[in-house]
Design a protein around this ligand. Structure first.
Ligand SMILES: Nc1ncnc2c1ncn2[C@@H]1O[C@H](COP(=O)(O)OP(=O)(O)OP(=O)(O)O)[C@@H](O)[C@H]1O
Ligand SMILES: Nc1ccn([C@H]2C[C@H](O)[C@@H](COP(=O)(O)O)O2)c(=O)n1
Length: 244
């Protein structure tokens, strides 16, 4: 498993070390905010010995960069130009996530509420998306065995993935989980903005509320965290078994 992938925004080439088709097993997971994508996919990847790609972290890092460069997020052309120059690296080690922009380690900073509230302005920019989607495809190609999660992985980034899952949960469960995750620091209105309002904005760029053809729905509303991880890993093991 590769621990770190440099995301070049300036080339489309498939890296020379890309694995053979027979060694590829891509697990694509999409879903709304707070459904458990990051935590469940990271745990499943660690259990399976797979790489892990958090594509949301890439949109968050792009937003952090735009803010640092004082780019007007309301100016789509300026955002597109900035993201095309984004010097981003993201680790694919499920046990150790590191995101850097140039020399800056932004792993913690990209989780702050300011970024959560502004990230949709970058994520709904078509040119910015094209740059990040190309980078995500290169990382997936290079990894071979990888769990990648986001909003458009099953449909746009890796529609040919061997395992495709839409991870859902009720709005009530998602708000409760996010509230607990943030240690009860957010008032109900701030939580709604960060979870439900963000979903509404992000829906303009991709459909992550309905499963596309061939995508299985995993509803975690009434499942524990461990049961959800188990459900995902068992689907992957089934796919592995079917190939051998
Ligand atoms: N089945 C579950 N039962 C209980 N808690 C869960 C479950 N799945 C995830 N969680 C918890 O819910 C919280 C939110 O999960 P997570 O951050 O993985 O969601 P997400 O879908 O990646 O959200 P976002 O897209 O906003 O980043 C975490 O604290 C996680 O541990
Ligand atoms: N494939 C993706 C991944 C993420 N986004 C957007 C949607 C979110 O607002 C933002 C941050 O993602 P999160 O960390 O909350 O999973 O990025 C997207 O549009 N496509």
């Amino acid at each position: 498993m590769e621990g770190s992938s440099f995301v070049s925004t300036h080339t489309d080439e498939v890296p020379p070390e890309a694995p053979h088709a027979a060694d590829r097993l891509v697990v694509a997971v999409d879903g709304p905010s707070g459904s458990g994508k990051s935590s469940v996919c990271r745990a499943a990847a660690a259990a399976l010995g797979a790489a892990y790609l958090d594509t949301g972290a890439m949109y968050r890092a792009a937003t952090w960069y735009c803010l640092r460069e004082e780019v007007d997020l309301g100016d789509p052309e300026a955002v597109a130009v900035a993201v095309a120059e984004l010097p981003l690296t993201i680790s694919t080690n499920p046990d150790h996530q590191v995101v850097t922009v140039g020399e800056a380690d932004v792993t913690a900073a990209i989780r702050e509420a300011t970024i959560s509230e502004k990230v949709s302005q970058v994520a709904t920019n078509p040119e910015a998306r094209a740059v990040l989607i190309a980078a995500q495809r290169r990382i997936i190609d290079r990894a071979g065995f990888i769990v990648a999660e986001g909003r458009d992985i099953t449909t746009v980034v890796a529609p040919d993935a061997q395992v495709r899952v839409l991870l859902t949960a009720s709005a009530e469960a998602r708000l409760k989980r996010r509230g607990a995750q943030l240690g009860g620091t957010q008032d109900p209105e701030a939580l709604r903005r960060q979870v439900l309002d963000r979903d509404t904005k992000d829906s303009a760029a991709s459909n992550f509320t309905e499963a596309a053809d061939g995508v299985a729905v995993l509803d975690s509303s009434d499942l524990s965290f461990e049961e959800t991880v188990e459900s995902l890993t068992s689907r992957v093991l089934l796919a592995q078994g079917a190939r051998s």
